[in-house]
Design a protein around this ligand. Structure first.
Ligand SMILES: NC(=O)c1ccc[n+]([C@@H]2O[C@H](COP(=O)([O-])OP(=O)(O)OC[C@H]3O[C@@H](n4cnc5c(N)ncnc54)[C@H](OP(=O)(O)O)[C@@H]3O)[C@@H](O)[C@H]2O)c1
Length: 303
């Protein structure tokens, strides 16, 4: 069998996996820390525009025309989702934000971001939002620190996810669903008990949302973040693990660091079909997020 020569674009500092995926650069590539590499593509492997697949490194797919991948951020109006929007924009992705109230969102996101009106509790509003989208980054949820009854939690934190998955399946273009949730859904703790009282049984509904994602047939990453703080990202070490960390202030992380992990997970083969936790480790950052994601195991239900 003959092999085709192909030009690959790989992120500076990451391993090339040109043997697995052929990529076409967008005009943004030089500005986003990408460099050109020669590689081989076997005829049996992924071609331009094919879905993101599990492979060993960190790469981004682009359409044959060189257009950047369009990512829908659900929850991108504030908090971690908004930080992810900025990162995606810096890295040259096309970004669409779902907003319940689009007024004023532009002021935070900038003119190049597409805003689509929608509400995850209203399934019909998600259909236009997912049109043409290649990946979904989902950080939406009932606001932290505010009391919410179980009905509202169920509608937003569980049905919001299932509605989005349905819309994504119908659209047919979505290749990766990256879901941000919380640690503490399994291991009991005082903080988890308190959280479940304030946001009624939220951890139960979050676990059900995770389960729905795992059986959805979509390529996904479930990212369980520790206790969120507002602090600059990139300074402290980040610990990525696949256990059942309890919820508590001991396991904290900056929203900015979580946003970095979510964006990296969007196109990283190691994060495909994987559930993992992300919290701060000890000391300064010594290891890249992409390297840590490379060591993840896929979930046993889909492996
Ligand atoms: N607080 C913690 O320590 C912690 C720890 C781990 C994980 N988490 C979870 O991580 C996620 C991000 O947290 P965060 O504090 O950074 O963000 P956040 O400030 O809670 O933002 C939540 C986002 O969800 C959106 N949203 C809520 N209900 C919606 C609906 N019905 N339809 C569409 N969008 C909706 C909000 O949009 P609007 O602007 O319209 O309100 C907002 O963009 C949340 O899901 C949170 O529960 C929190």
């Amino acid at each position: 069998m003959s092999q085709k020569r192909s030009k690959c674009w790989v992120r500076t500092g990451s391993r090339s996996t040109c043997d697995a995926v052929r990529l076409v650069p967008g005009p943004w590539a030089a500005h986003a820390g990408f460099r050109r590499r020669e590689g081989r593509v076997s005829p049996s492997t992924t071609e331009v525009g094919d879905p993101i697949q599990r492979h060993s490194g960190a790469e981004m797919p682009f359409s044959a025309s060189g257009d950047a991948m369009l990512v829908l951020v659900v929850g991108g109006t504030r908090g971690t989702g908004l930080l992810a929007v900025h990162l995606l924009q810096q890295q040259g992705y096309g970004v669409r934000v779902l907003a319940r109230d689009p007024r004023g969102v532009k002021a935070h996101t900038g003119p190049s971001i597409e805003i689509v009106q929608g509400d995850v509790t209203k399934a019909e509003t998600l259909v236009p939002a997912v049109q043409g989208v290649r990946a979904i980054l989902y950080t939406a949820g009932v606001r932290s620190g505010h009391w919410a009854g179980e009905d509202r939690i169920k509608h937003t934190d569980f049905e919001g996810v299932t509605h989005t998955l349905s819309a994504a399946r119908t659209a047919g273009s979505v290749e990766r669903f990256v879901y941000m949730t919380s640690i503490g859904g399994v291991a009991p703790s005082f903080s988890a008990t308190l959280l479940n009282l304030v946001k009624r049984n939220v951890l139960k509904w979050r676990r059900r949302a995770e389960d729905a994602i795992r059986v959805s047939g979509m390529n996904y990453s479930v990212v369980r973040a520790g206790f969120l703080v507002n602090a600059p990202g990139g300074g402290r070490s980040v610990q990525i693990s696949q256990g059942d960390l309890p919820l508590g202030p001991r396991y904290r992380i900056a929203r900015a660091d979580v946003a970095e992990v979510l964006v990296e997970a969007l196109y990283h083969g190691g994060a495909s079909h994987a559930t993992f936790e992300v919290v701060w480790g000890d000391g300064p950052r010594r290891q890249g997020v992409a390297e840590m994601l490379s060591r993840l195991r896929p979930d046993s239900t889909t492996a």
